[in-house]
Design a protein around this ligand. Structure first.
Ligand code: FAD
Length: 328
């Protein structure tokens, strides 16, 4: 039976678990055995999801020591001989994946965004040439298929059905860590647009009124994001850019204000549930993928919506004469 290994990045468990969906799409109806490796972290979340959980506990191992982590994965592979190795495209995963591929003498398809099954086999799709085109990569060589997967693209609904076997792996080789963690700094006001359920996103059509988006986002309990135009103009920070060279987001509501909907922007919206777009041009591509399209000025819309929400909130707290009565 085929064997698939998933590396669990303990700083990003959610994206690591999503790789189960990648394995499912690769193997489709073929049966396979799933393994995950967890180093120095809790394994409870993996129980019921994987057939096997390989646990490595050794406090001498630093999660920033990618030389040792590569060595561990290599030793584990030598025992189980995996056919497929999946690594999340997180910061740590990006450090680990190429090192492991070199040691395994196998190819690595990095930053995969789509799995395709063509008539001559598996095709791994990834953006190439700074996202100008999508490349379909086929694996023809020997050795395990290795890929790192872009974050937030694949959605996995956890169903705890597996009868998980816990395997303890002892790593007792000498550890010569070249890196020492001295202290931890938390970034001030840092937030990740990928975690937000409501995104208020602004494009060139919002321009200088971009700051208004934060007021609307606060009223709705959401977060502000932006198109690349706004980022390139220095109006917004790159960490809130949505799209191919930004982040792939998965909110319940995405409000696209003055955004054209270029292919590179829409690439980041694959997992969005509902889109409301406001645009002066009803033929802009974003409108064709929106659930609600408002044709008009973005700033005017934002101001009106803020006023309407505030009015609604004040009425809920202090009902006006007319809204005290229910109509039947
Ligand atoms: C390699 C590569 C990677 C890229 N990666 C990304 C990426 O990750 N994310 C990304 O966003 N882009 C990316 N781009 C850029 C992308 O191609 C577009 O240029 C960009 O998305 C356009 O941003 P925009 O929609 O804000 O601006 P525009 O294309 O200028 O569109 C503005 C929109 O606002 C509307 N509008 C104008 N005035 C108003 C108004 N007053 N009220 C309401 N609507 C109005 C217009 O009708 C138009 O639809 C990438 C490009 C390349 C080449």
């Amino acid at each position: 039976m085929k064997r698939c290994l998933i590396y669990v990045d303990s700083e990003n468990i959610k994206n690591s678990m999503e790789l189960l969906e990648v394995a499912r799409q690769i193997y489709k109806s073929k049966s396979y055995e799933s393994y995950c490796v967890i180093v120095n972290s809790a394994h409870e979340q993996a129980i019921g999801l994987f057939d096997n959980v390989i646990k490595v506990d050794n406090q001498k191992i630093s999660l920033y020591d990618f030389k040792t982590l590569t060595d561990i994965l290599l030793d584990i592979h030598r025992i189980f001989d995996f056919d497929l190795i999946l690594i999340p495209g997180t910061w740590a995963g990006r450090m680990l994946a190429p090192r492991l591929a070199v040691r395994l003498h196998t190819g690595l398809t990095a930053d995969v965004t789509e799995i395709r099954q063509s008539k001559d086999g598996l095709e791994l799709v990834r953006p190439a040439f700074s996202g100008r085109l999508l490349a379909g990569i086929k694996n023809k060589g020997e050795g395990p298929i290795m890929l790192s997967v872009r974050q937030n693209i694949f959605k996995y609904e956890p169903i705890s059905t597996a009868d998980t076997k816990l395997i303890k792996f002892e790593y007792d080789k000498p550890i010569n860590v070249g890196i020492k963690q001295i202290s931890v700094f938390n970034k001030a006001n840092s937030y990740d647009i990928r975690d937000s359920k409501i995104l208020i996103s602004g494009g060139a059509g919002v321009g200088g009124g971009f700051n208004l988006l934060q007021i609307l986002a606060d009223e709705l309990g959401g977060t502000v994001s932006a198109s690349r135009q706004i980022v390139d103009r220095g109006i917004a920070n790159r960490h809130i850019q949505v799209g191919q060279s930004g982040k792939t987001v998965s909110p319940t509501l995405y409000m696209a204000l003055g955004i054209f909907g270029a292919i590179q922007h829409v690439e980041g919206l694959k997992n969005v549930e509902n889109i409301i777009s406001v645009n002066t041009n009803r033929n802009a591509p974003i409108c064709s993928i929106s659930d609600i399209v408002v044709e008009g000025e973005a700033i005017e819309f934002i101001n009106m919506l803020i006023a309407r929400i505030r009015k609604y909130k004040s009425e809920v707290n202090e009902p006006s004469e007319s809204s005290k009565y229910k109509l039947y």
